[in-house]
Design a binder for this molecule. Structure first.
Ligand code: HAM
Length: 539
């Protein structure tokens, strides 16, 4: 190998952010902070309080809330097993990574003596794993699930058969059995199944129940912001780690004014941010009863069955799994067919129809402009009645910047008291993208003052000046090492500083500090007090 190639090979690996995740950097992060700050302010004016939730929860929480047949639960969750270090874990790792010893020389003789020496250690590991596993199972150190129980039981028998068969089989057959047993051992569940949250509505409901929030004045109005995780195919506006800003209203009432006020709040927020091309779509998907959504879904399915051959494979599959989701299809070739399908609005029960028309009336009273979209069904199972989605400009195909709806009954489904709920979540990444596309710049982040100092005495004064100016709220850059004035001014310029505070021997002895305005090059001397006064007025 040449010296160059060797050097190249030694270079440490460079890491990159995982596909679908990304770093958010300044100055863009200033726009993120501005958006989040505006959310805090606007939501507070509607009486919402902030809730901070864990990033991971039991998988079961999401599976039960969002629904097993949804894309999120069926294929997009980042899940992992959470377990304590234990001897079962150690034996499991030892088994999974077990390699048959290469240097075993069985004594010459009948077939199989060498095989026993090679494979018996694996059988011994299985025995230890079984004993540790059984004890952990009894002491509830691993989940006492029926699957774990029968797996352990079966393992003893399989170990016996493996051990007694080693000598009558050739190496290839023994190896195949080792692989099969490794797979069995891997299946023992050592801890709880956890999932990185794909959304936060389920967590808010869990928290509502856990903290007995039904005892608080109702409704309880909460908002959250933070990262969510879904294993989706990354593209513009779609990430695997993305950020949501969401809000939920939980309590005893499903008054249509609550639906309308939640929507008014998110529209007010977008308005405050000057988001462009905002379009609100609303719909009602009724409730799950034969005279309402269930009846409609049957009619829809019958209508879909008739046109099945003209639909693509995804929609064909959805006719069986979840016919409502066919309405979500963006396939050009399916649009004309979908337009002929029955509308849910014509099949709502009396109560749901009345609720829907009252929500529309309430929106009108608030001056909120909406468009009715009978195809808006949403992709999570917990919704009922009101559903809504908001799109904005500049986002391409991933243009939904907010989605939400009513989910009465979800709290009950999670073991809580009968509770009504409605909320939304904004995709913050998409919101920022849309703001950027319409030319919204991040708030200015340039420094107010760059301190150009020379000499040890001046350094001490510079440190004090920085402290005083920062305390007064100015953004100050204090170079850590001495710089020639020319270089310091160049640096101040690059950082977009408005002023350079020049501190040299003269300034320190006179007690007068020189302030240079970088825009026009003019400079003036000030005492410390006058300088503060001047900066307060001019910045
Ligand atoms: P969702 O429609 O799944 O609803 O997500 C809400 C918003 O999050 C979407 O409209 C989109 O802007 C953003 N979003 C979703 N997935 C991604 C992704 N992979 N990359 C970037 N942005 C994404 C919910 O999550 C419900 N929990 C909303 C809700 C709250 N309903 C009632 N309360």
């Amino acid at each position: 190998m040449s010296e160059g190639a060797a050097k190249k090979e030694q270079k440490p690996r460079k890491f990159q952010a995982i596909r679908g995740t990304r770093d958010l950097l300044p100055p863009e992060t200033a726009l993120w902070s501005h958006v989040e700050q505006t959310a805090h302010e606007v939501f507070a004016t509607f009486g919402f309080g902030e809730i901070r939730l864990p990033i991971f929860e039991p998988t079961e929480l999401f599976a039960r809330s969002i629904g097993l047949d949804t894309d999120i639960v069926a294929k997009e969750m980042f899940s992992f097993e959470d377990y304590e270090p234990s001897s079962v874990l150690e034996y499991r790792s030892a088994i999974i990574t077990w390699q048959e010893p290469r240097d075993v020389q069985g004594p010459p003789g009948p077939l199989g003596t060498g095989a026993l020496a090679k494979f018996q250690p694996f059988s011994a590991l299985l025995s230890s794993f079984y004993l540790a596993g059984r004890e952990a199972f009894e002491k509830r150190l691993i989940p006492r699930t029926p699957e774990n129980g029968s797996l352990l039981n079966e393992l003893v028998g399989e170990r016996d058969i493996f051990l007694s068969s080693i000598q009558s089989r050739n190496d290839r057959e023994n190896r195949a059995d080792v692989d099969r047993l490794k797979e069995r051992v891997r299946r023992l569940q050592l801890g709880d199944e956890l999932t990185l949250r794909p959304e936060a509505t389920a967590s808010v409901c869990r928290a509502y129940i856990e903290h007995g929030m039904q005892q608080l004045p109702q409704p309880v109005k909460l908002y959250y912001m933070g990262p969510m995780f879904r294993r989706e195919r990354p593209q513009k506006g779609r990430y695997r780690q993305f950020y949501q800003i969401g809000a939920e209203v939980l309590g005893g009432s499903d008054a249509p004014a609550i639906d309308a006020e939640v929507i008014e709040m998110v529209m007010t927020f977008f308005d405050r941010l000057e988001l462009q091309g905002v379009q609100l779509d609303i719909n009602s998907i009724g409730h799950s009863a034969d005279n309402c959504r269930r009846g409609y879904v049957e009619k829809l399915k019958a209508a879909l069955d008739k046109v099945k051959d003209k639909l693509g494979p995804d929609s064909q599959r959805r006719i069986e799994t979840n016919p409502l989701r066919v309405l979500d299809s963006k396939l050009e070739s399916e649009q004309a067919i979908i337009a002929t399908l029955p509308h849910i609005a014509d099949h709502l029960c009396e109560d749901c129809a009345a609720h829907y028309s009252a929500v529309k009336h309430q929106l009108e009273m608030r001056g909120v402009i909406y468009r009715e979209n009978w195809r808006l069904v949403r992709g999570l199972d917990y919704y009922m009645r009101t559903t809504f989605e908001i799109t904005a400009q500049g986002l391409g195909s991933q243009n939904a910047v907010c989605g939400g709806g009513r989910y009465d009954g979800l709290v009950e489904l999670l073991g809580g008291p009968p509770t009504k709920g409605i909320g939304f979540a904004i995709g913050e990444d998409r919101l920022i993208l849309s703001l950027q596309e319409s030319g919204k710049a991040p708030p200015q982040q340039g420094r107010d003052v760059y301190i150009a100092w020379m000499g040890e005495r001046a350094h001490a004064t510079a440190i004090r000046a920085a402290k005083v100016l920062r305390k007064a709220g100015f953004s100050v850059e204090l170079p850590p090492v001495e710089q020639k004035f020319g270089k310091a001014l160049g640096q101040a310029d690059k950082l977009g500083a408005k002023y350079a505070l020049i501190l040299g021997d003269n300034e320190v002895s006179e007690g007068l500090w020189t302030l240079k305005t970088l825009a026009d090059g003019s400079q003036e001397k000030y005492t410390e007090a006058d300088l503060l006064e001047y900066l307060r007025k001019s910045l």
